[in-house]
Design a binder for this molecule. Sequence first.
Ligand SMILES: [Zn+2]
Length: 481
Amino acid sequence: MKYEAVIGLEVHAELLTKTKIFCGCPAEFGGEPNSHVCPICAGMPGVLPVLNQQVLEFAIMVGRALNCEIPEVSKFDRKNYFYPDNPKAYQISQFDQPICGRGWLEIQVGDEVKRIGITRAHMEEDAGKLVHQGAAGLAGSTHSLVDLNRAGVPLLEIVSEPELRTAEECKAYVQELRNILVYLGVNDGRLEQGSLRCDANVSVRPVGQEAFGTRAEIKNMNSFSAIERAVKYEIQRQIDAIEDGEKIVQETRLWNEERQVTVSMRSKEGSSDYRYFPDPDLIPMHISPELVAEIEARLPELPAAKRKRYQASLSAYDANVLASDKDMARFFDEAVNAYGKNPKGIANWIMGDILAHVNAEKSTFCEIKPMPGHVAKLVELIDADTISGKIAKTVLAKMLETGDDPAKLVESLGMSQISDTGAIVTAIQEVLKNHPQQVAQYHAGQTKVTGFLVGQIMRATQGRAKPDLVNQLLTEELAKV
Ligand SMILES: [Zn+2]
């Protein structure tokens, strides 16, 4: 039988606000344990939470970037559960009236563009962190310590429709969502550090069947490739289990990076187990269409729009690579502003040698030394035949080292291309004089030998002679000897 997978993703994004969602404590990562804590986020009785306006605006911003409806009324609810990282024994979250309703985003897998529905996005507070003491993790630990620095850090949970069908689509979805959040400046996009977390609801069904199969929720995927591998593994695990006549149970499973498998953690709670009810300490929010319009007007150009714009002068692949990194896209835009005649040439240098340098140095396009205008000038020097592409590689390496202007580097290093016919002819004559055997071979009809001669001429001119001029003049000179 043929099966298809049905996957929905839940992404938790920590919002980059200065302070926590319901109190004035700093929301920044790290710090001495329990140093970013006050009576509100420590869950003391009798305190009152007050919503951070910035969280609301960020949530609306993300919602509009994801084409979500923003209902006029939204409220907070208490999600009750008992666990030591949660001092109030409930989490302030949103249940039936989330800040963002239905929306969608577009993903690209290969050449195909697919629209994935967004079910909702809601605001909530993060929990604290448990630090288990002892060598063998939770199971072998003697006791656990609680750090509440993260308790009350604002989160936006973004839930997709179960419209993803493959592991590749899941990876593309999270990458696209991450890029949108980073472009908006509301999240730092670090899956590895956990400021962006993704859970996947995976089920399989025979192709053609409409009803969903029983799903498992997969957690603990800490990179894009882990998402892809974990979902792929889980799909196959469920298909194998069904084929063996087993029943799939609804449960939460953890991705084990070391063993490359998902492992059962616990049976999954239904939402009724959380006894949601409206939080009486927080009044419902009334969101005016004016506020939504005002926030929408502030949205920057998003990755999908950038890709479309780039495709006017670049391939879909190039457009995708450039738009996938906010800083790289800005670098490209500024370079093209400085020299608009050859965007493809500029893109090639950015995605080639410069990106390789950024990756090797674990740097960013904000931190590298050359200015976008300098890269534009480098391409202009090549287009004007002042330097060859090969020399440009050397110039760029120097630029990455020093940040110097390429025109100055070419001059100070004496690397400009020789287009002076006299100088090239002199070099050719010298080479022909030193290689009489090859000249004789040429006249005997072995014209392939010109390749060797060109190599010698380029060597004699340190690669600076203009190649097409060398070829033309060599033919002329060979006719004379
Ligand atoms: Zn606090």
